[in-house]
Design a protein around this ligand. Structure first.
Ligand code: C2E
Ligand code: MG
Ligand code: MG
Ligand code: MG
Length: 280
């Protein structure tokens, strides 16, 4: 009985720590971008037909003054719950566009969006502002949204995405296949690209059923005039399989990890061979 009570108390204390932790992180998050603690990393995306880099996905990193590097999985949900994502997302968009203007014209930058950023009618002006301030050509920007984006406030969201498309911005469906009803979303919005979720790609290594599923998604995308990017490609074997079944693009640790902008620039400018040989 004693033990039981002790366990209970410890459990309570743990919960308390967690709540304080969360509160503290939220407070820190408020000023993180203004304090220069946020940084964009860039992961290369390759076209499979020629193994050339087609662009980079911008992935947010938080260099916390005392905690060190905090991963997006740990702070994006907090930013979403508190609404801080709107302000943070605007910073991400502007920063990504600004950096991409330093790259050759054929390279795109992909930016992840949270549902909350597309609510109401604030997103249009933010998007136009980011393009104008940076001078980036609209068709060099790609917006990545997950199915969850289309789950709530569908009308606002669909309108915001249509506005982006009418400006020439590309729109991709991220993490395809993990959501509740992926197929119905393809009907609701004309995406330019489907990003096949890592979980399907990874399981292709040992499951014929997964290969069939990925094949079907690629076929579907082709018929809808969408390209397909396989996410989470970690081996040469997977890359070859994806190429064989007609996937158009790929991204993953085998091809390149997310890296600071200085390294991305090195990859682009100082060793052009790396672009063609990275996957060979
Ligand atoms: P995502 O958009 O699906 O991004 C892909 C995630 O998979 C990234 O994790 C990337 O580092 C990781 N990844 C890429 N290739 C491989 C691989 O071969 N193997 C494995 N195991 N992982 C791989 P990251 O950077 O931790 O980001 C996680 C998620 O956080 C992203 O998933 C995205 O949903 C969200 N996120 C990141 N940056 C932003 C942002 O600026 N805004 C918003 N709203 N969400 C963001
Ligand atoms: Mg993404
Ligand atoms: Mg993804
Ligand atoms: Mg994801």
């Amino acid at each position: 009985k004693e033990d039981g009570r002790n366990t209970y108390r410890f459990f309570e204390e743990d919960m308390g720590t967690e709540v304080n932790d969360r509160r503290e992180l939220i407070l820190d998050l408020r000023n993180a971008a203004a304090n220069g603690e946020m940084e964009l990393y860039f992961q290369p995306q390759y076209t499979l037909s020629d193994y050339q880099i087609s662009g980079f996905e911008a992935l947010l990193r938080w260099n916390h003054p005392t905690r060190g590097l905090v991963s997006p999985g740990d702070f994006i949900p907090l930013a979403e719950d508190t609404g801080l994502i709107v302000q943070l997302g605007e910073w991400v968009l502007e920063e990504a566009c600004r950096i991409a203007t330093g790259w050759p014209d054929h390279l795109r930058v992909a930016v992840n969006l949270s549902p909350r950023q597309l609510r109401g009618n604030a997103f249009g002006p933010v998007l136009i502002g980011a393009l104008m301030k940076s001078g980036l050509k609209a068709d060099r920007l790609e917006l990545e949204v997950t199915e969850s984006v289309l789950l709530t406030d569908t009308e606002d969201v669909v309108e915001a995405l249509h506005q982006a498309k009418s400006l020439g911005v590309k729109v991709s469906m991220d993490d395809f296949g993990t959501g509740y009803s992926s197929l119905s979303y393809l009907r609701r919005f004309p995406f330019d690209k489907i990003k096949i979720d890592q979980s399907f790609v990874r399981s292709m290594a040992y499951s014929d059923d997964s290969i069939s599923i990925v094949k079907a998604v690629i076929e579907l995308a082709k018929n809808l005039n969408m390209t397909t990017t396989a996410e989470g490609v970690e081996t040469r074997q997977l890359l070859d399989m994806l190429n064989d079944i007609g996937c158009t693009d790929a991204q993953g640790y085998y091809l390149g990890r997310p890296m600071p902008v200085s390294q991305a620039n090195e990859l682009i400018f100082t060793c052009p061979q790396a672009v063609t040989t990275a996957a060979q």
